[in-house]
Design a protein around this ligand. Structure first.
Ligand code: ATP
Length: 208
C-alpha cells in the first residue's frame, strides 16, 4: 500500500484530481467527507459539539449547522481549537480505519487522502505519507473558479484564499506537483503521469 496525501488551495482542483486518480485505480479517502460523517446525527461527535457549543449550532432537523459553526470559529481561535479538539481525533480514527481496510483489500493499493488543510494542520510535516501531491493554481485562477463556478463574491473568494497557507508553503512539501491553471486535458495528462509513478511505487502492474 502506498499512502498519498493530496492537497492544494481552495478551488485549485483537488476534487478534479482525486476523481481522475480514482478512475485510474486509486482509493480516495476524503477528509472533508469524513469530517461531515463524524458529526452526522446520532454520532458521539455531534453530541460532543453540541455539549461544547450549545444546541444553537443545530438546524431545525437536528443536523449540524455548518455555516453557523464556521461563522463562530472563523472569528474565535479558542472556539476553533475546541472544535478541532473534538473533530480531528474522530477524523484521524476514521481515516485510519479506511486506510487499513484498503490495504487489507489490496496490498498494492494506492490510497489517496484528500486533505485540503494538509499543510495548515501540520500533517504534511508529520511524515505520515509516503508521498504528497500538491495541486497548484495561481491565486487569480482560484479566484476566477470560486467566483464563476461557485458563485462566490470576489471579496469572499479573496478572503478564503488569503486564510490558507500560501502556495509556496504547499509546494515546499510536495513530492509531485500538478499545475492546474490550464484546461482539463492538460490536467488529465499530468494526473496520468503522477499515477504512473504512484502505481509503480505501490508495486502495481501497469496495463499496456
Ligand atoms: P475546494 O478546496 O474548494 O473543495 P478543489 O480544490 O477541490 O476546491 P475543484 O472542486 O476540483 O477544486 O475545482 C474547483 C472548480 O473548478 C470546479 O467547479 C472544477 O470543476 C473547476 N475546475 C478545476 N480544474 C479545472 C480546469 N483545469 N479547467 C476548468 N475547470 C476546472
Amino acid at each position: 500500500m502506498l499512502l498519498v496525501g493530496l492537497t492544494g488551495g481552495i478551488g485549485s482542483g483537488k476534487t478534479e484530481v482525486a476523481r481522475r486518480l480514482a478512475a485510474l485505480g486509486a482509493v480516495i479517502v476524503d477528509a472533508d467527507a469524513i469530517a461531515r460523517e463524524v458529526v452526522e446525527p446520532g454520532t458521539s461527535g455531534l453530541d460532543q459539539v453540541v455539549a461544547a457549543f450549545g444546541p444553537g449550532v443545530l438546524t431545525a432537523d437536528g443536523r449540524l449547522d455548518r455555516d453557523r459553526v464556521a461563522a463562530v470559529v472563523f472569528t474565535d481561535p479558542d472556539a476553533r481549537a475546541r472544535l478541532n479538539a473534538i473533530v480531528h481525533p474522530l477524523v484521524r480514527a476514521r481515516t485510519a480505519e479506511l486506510v487499513i481496510a484498503a490495504a487489507d483489500a489490496d496490498p498494492h493499493a494506492v490510497v489517496v487522502n484528500d486533505v485540503p488543510l494538509l499543510v495548515e494542520t501540520g500533517l504534511a510535516a508529520a511524515g505520515h505519507y509516503d508521498a504528497i501531491v500538491v495541486v497548484a493554481a495561481d491565486p487569480a485562477t482560484q479566484r476566477r473558479r470560486l467566483v464563476e463556478q461557485r458563485g462566490m463574491a470576489p471579496a469572499d473568494a479573496d478572503a478564503r484564499i488569503a486564510a490558507q497557507a500560501p502556495l509556496a508553503d504547499k509546494l515546499a512539501v510536495a513530492d509531485y506537483v500538478v499545475r492546474n491553471d490550464g484546461d482539463l486535458d492538460a490536467l488529465d495528462a499530468q494526473v496520468e503521469q503522477v499515477w504512473a509513478h504512484l502505481a509503480a511505487r505501490a508495486g502495481r502492474t501497469m496495463r499496456a
